[in-house]
Design a protein around this ligand. Structure first.
Ligand code: BEZ
Length: 224
């Protein structure tokens, strides 16, 4: 596995790792699902606790979309299992049902470029940032976002992006700013006017702009 930055569209590298529920081969664990891999600086830290709790609460939403979450934190599997009891207590969860990778040697953090040079551990070592990788069922990287250790993620936004990725991979649309499931979409710039009736039988609306160019083409969200 190389540690060059991964780009959207790259094959996401396979890896083996220890987790709180045993050793996994990442590809085998994914099977035919999509995955979201999200990393954390350390166990028993406040923002991370809120994030892992939020993902546990959102599990039905991830599973509805065929996405399996997996977290990573730079501590041991034993530490993760102890921390999970705190997360369950904090969020009043009866169970916690996704794995946490034990990257206590920071091997994956280095290989996947997930270090935050501005946040150092007590020993002066860079902490793992809050990376988000969305990987599709072909093991291709579809989204990557890096947040600093001091900013917790908005997982409703991650679900919104998954909805957009899953819609736009089969339909000739892109989703505009602040789009949500069911909202109006933009016709892809690559769609020729001649193909519009076939692709969008319900029609489209073209917004007039001073340039006179017909690129702002709106349509109802196509059914997947
Ligand atoms: C936190 O999870 O609260 C946290 C961890 C490392 C640095 C800053 C915040």
């Amino acid at each position: 596995m190389s540690n060059k930055a991964l780009n959207i569209g790259d094959q996401f590298p396979n890896f083996e790792a220890q987790t709180n529920v045993g050793r996994i081969d990442f590809y085998d664990w994914m099977a035919d699902s999509w995955a979201i891999l999200f990393s954390h600086p350390a166990d028993f830290t406040p923002v991370c606790t809120t994030e892992l709790a939020r993902v546990a609460q959102l599990m039905p939403e991830f599973l509805k979309r065929g996405v399996k979450p997996i977290a990573l934190s730079c501590d041991t599997a034993e530490s993760h299992n102890a921390w999970i009891e705190d997360i369950k207590s904090y969020a009043k969860l009866s169970s916690f049902n996704y794995p946490i990778i034990a990257d206590n040697k920071r091997e994956l953090a280095v290989k996947l470029n997930m270090l935050d040079k501005d946040e150092l551990s007590a020993e002066g070592i860079p902490l793992t940032c809050r990376a988000v990788f969305v990987i599709d069922n072909k093991k291709k990287l579809r989204l990557s976002i890096l947040y600093p250790a001091t900013t917790g993620r908005n997982f409703d936004e991650i679900l919104r992006v998954v909805d957009s990725l899953q819609l736009t991979q089969t339909k000739s649309v892109a989703t505009p700013a602040d789009w949500k499931q069911g909202g109006q979409c933009m016709v892809l710039p690559s769609v020729q006017a001649v193909d519009v009736p076939k692709l969008f039988p319900k029609g489209i609306e073209t917004i007039e702009v001073p340039s006179g160019k017909s690129y702002l083409r709106i349509t109802a969200q196509p059914q997947i």
